[in-house]
Design a protein around this ligand. Sequence first.
Ligand SMILES: Cc1cc2nc3c(=O)[nH]c(=O)nc-3n(C[C@H](O)[C@H](O)[C@H](O)COP(=O)(O)OP(=O)(O)OC[C@H]3O[C@@H](n4cnc5c(N)ncnc54)[C@H](O)[C@@H]3O)c2cc1C
Length: 387
Amino acid sequence: MGEAFDVIVVGIGAMGAATCNTLARRGQRVLGLERFDVLHGLGSSGGQTRLIRKAYFEHPDYVPLLHRAYAAWDELGERAGARLLHRTGCLYLGRPDGELIAGARRAAQQHGLRLEALEARDVAAQCGPFRVPQGFAAAFEPEAGYVLAERAVVALVEEALRCGATIAAREQVVQWACERGGVRVRTASGREHRAGHLVLTAGPWSSALLGDVGIALRVTRQPLAWFWPTASVRLPCWAIEDDAPGGGLVYGFPMLPLEQSTSERGLKIGRHRIGASVDPDVLERTPTAADVDDLRTALRRFLPAADGALLAAKVCLYTMSADRHFVVDRHPAHERVTIACGFSGHGFKFAAALGEALADLATDGRTALPIGLFAASRLRSNRSEPG
Ligand SMILES: Cc1cc2nc3c(=O)[nH]c(=O)nc-3n(C[C@H](O)[C@H](O)[C@H](O)COP(=O)(O)OP(=O)(O)OC[C@H]3O[C@@H](n4cnc5c(N)ncnc54)[C@H](O)[C@@H]3O)c2cc1C
């Protein structure tokens, strides 16, 4: 039996790294266990960048938490000596009554956010060579941008380590149990650890760890790619609600300056559309020609200047909840266990704030941060009482 900890965090993606960071900065004895390496491309937090925006079309109730997330990323960047949140603005294109445009306008209106209406003819001059289909509306959110995702996870982990956290890679948790006064976890290497509280931030592998608590999660395969534009383009971030059948939301980033780039080069594009359901341990991780063609189709329609050479393609995983909202709560059956999962392809931008909420839940059993929308009880199909 190893050393005893205040809190054990299972999974060091964005959420686990942020939780370990807050706990360690607050002087808690924290152990973070990661089954692969710290920073790997097999879960949901790999890749260089993630969109961050406040005019939240998914639901206006996310906005108060976004205010805290913006501040928390800026503060982390200041402490790390490197800007992690870059406010490039984000262009939104879509049918005026579609989920993206109508939802962004609703959130902006309810929370007094800046969301500028653009005329279709002004889009190219202000945002780059986008083609705006007939009948589409355009809006620009100046405060939106991107977080340097891999660097942010590194900054969270390094600061946690400097504040005394123990973080161990290649330690897969295979079992956990509540016992008198605490929790016990066992890893595949046969080690056992004890703590007062357990936080499960296992991303696509969450179902296996949560147990049968009636929270259905679906893991999906999400391809993305980097292209070298045929002409020089200067773009903000962008998101377009594709009105082709099943088109979802096509999104992309500016080309990163070399000093911000950790791996892939070129213009990154993805499609926020719920992909095929997969087992996170058994799936086709190599992007196919069809995956790349699908992204090129979107580029040809909306941003033909970016339809150049393919430089890289990858597959990432979403963990979908039934209603696409997050689950951040106490484990329904165990008071000493906190869960964070079901981030449904839009969680990264919140990680710096959710790490604080998860640390609050682990140590105080409650948080002042606005996470009411993420209660597990809204999703549960077979309820059992806390033990
Ligand atoms: C292609 C793509 C684009 C996205 N774009 C955006 C975006 O623009 N903006 C945005 O806000 N969000 C975006 N997201 C969503 C966001 O990236 C995720 O919501 C977020 O990264 C989830 O983080 P996580 O820590 O929950 O999961 P993960 O990063 O997957 O971390 C979970 C960790 O737990 C570990 N683990 C699992 N089981 C065990 C175990 N038994 N023992 C030990 N360790 C374990 C895993 O190895 C993994 O490292 C995107 C996601 C994808 C895939």
